[in-house]
Design a binder for this molecule. Structure first.
Ligand code: AMP
Length: 360
């Protein structure tokens, strides 16, 4: 008896290692698994539902829109903030990923206040910010393709497109999401359309492993000119930011053809290739002090379930138009120029997509 009282007392202490109060509902932050599980079980016991939004932090309006959606459909929203090392390749710079913990917590608190005025909406009640030792308790995580460890792989889906350019990426994403879902046991999980292949991989994983959660997808949040919001945009700076909008314009040009009734791959993709190629040539012709050069990784027209390339779009099924470009480092940053975080030397990969909706 004395032991269980001690355990219960300990659990209560661990439950709320850090709490941020927002008018009666509190955001609890957890760095360990067990206290989070205890809190989560308590919610289940009182018929509450959890909507879970996994993130890598550096929160922006894209993340916030997912949290809002989760709050509209659940009593409690859990957000994880964890920069997962296993989805970064050995040559990708994990350390330079932006980390803005205090700003992130402030944004979540502000959003919780906003939710106060929305009768019936849930609240953010937990932030899970584990260490890598907590997430990968047995072995240090490997970013090698042949690395050892307990991994979830979804193939061939995870090897296409983004996976072709970043071979360990979806293995890392699927693995960390499996861990997070097992820890949080959410009724619903929320992912952004912005990372479309990720949504297809996660849906497939949930289906194939019979995970007891519902996958919900929120729309891509964009800047006014169409650039998709991304935590990495802070590295662009003004010059690359202006040129980077070419990706969404490229995809829009292809979408227009589909909406005009074109179904053949060549008919849909040629205007897209024209937009990106002319922007590349325009920049190449400028002097190094003025230009922001780009490389196109891929422009894809793919099946919505398999992400395999299609030659003809089946209008009853629709398709996914997606693309990735690399904004190369600035060659000659100018005195006083806004070069973005990192001074313009970090190459920035931009991805975007448009769903070509089925047409009956
Ligand atoms: P990240 O922190 O980049 O791993 O993203 C966490 C979640 O936010 C993922 O489900 C992303 O797809 C989603 N997300 C990122 N950017 C956007 C955006 N611009 N609009 C909607 N969702 C987004």
């Amino acid at each position: 008896m004395a032991f269980s009282i001690f355990r219960a007392h300990q659990a209560i202490l661990q439950w709320r290692p850090c709490t941020l109060s927002t008018f009666g509902r509190t955001i609890h932050t957890f760095r360990e698994v067990q206290p989070l599980r205890t809190f989560r079980k308590e919610l289940r016991g009182s018929q509450k539902t959890v909507g879970f939004v996994p993130t890598m932090g550096a929160l922006h309006e894209g993340h916030m829109s997912l949290v809002r959606q989760a709050a509209a459909e659940n009593t409690d929203v859990f957000v994880s903030i964890y920069v997962n090392p296993t989805q970064f390749g050995v040559n990708e710079d994990l350390d330079s990923y932006p980390k803005t913990w205090q700003e992130d917590m402030d944004k979540l608190q502000t959003l919780n206040k906003e939710l106060e005025s929305d009768i019936g909406a849930g609240r953010i009640t937990a932030v899970f910010a584990p260490t890598t030792k907590v997430m990968y308790p047995t072995l240090p995580p490997s970013s090698e393709i042949s690395g050892s460890g307990s991994f979830v792989t979804v193939t061939p889906l995870g090897s296409l497109l983004e996976g072709a350019s970043r071979p360990v990426f979806f293995r890392g994403v699927a693995t960390v999401c499996m861990k997070l879902f097992n820890i949080v046991m959410p009724e619903r999980v929320y992912f952004g359309q912005k990372d479309v292949q990720q949504t297809v991989v996660i849906r497939r994983m949930v289906k194939d492993f019979h995970l007891d959660t519902e996958v919900k997808i929120g729309p891509t949040e964009r800047e006014a000119d169409g650039l998709a919001l991304s935590s990495r945009n802070v590295y662009l700076g003004a010059r690359r930011r202006e040129v980077g909008v070419v990706l969404s314009r490229t995809l829009k040009a292809a979408e227009k053809k589909y909406l005009q009734g074109k179904r053949l791959r060549a008919d849909i993709l040629w205007p897209a290739n024209e937009v990106s190629t002319s922007k590349m040539m325009e920049q190449d012709d400028l002097p190094p002090s003025k230009r922001a050069r780009i490389e196109v990784d891929y422009i894809s027209l793919a099946d919505p379930d398999t992400m395999e390339e299609v030659d003809v779009v089946d209008p009853s099924k629709g398709a996914i138009l997606s693309g990735a470009i690399k904004m190369l480092p600035l060659e000659e940053p100018q005195e006083g120029e806004d070069c973005g975080l990192g001074g313009g030397v970090v190459p920035v990969r931009l991805i975007d997509n448009i769903i070509l909706q089925p047409i009956d």
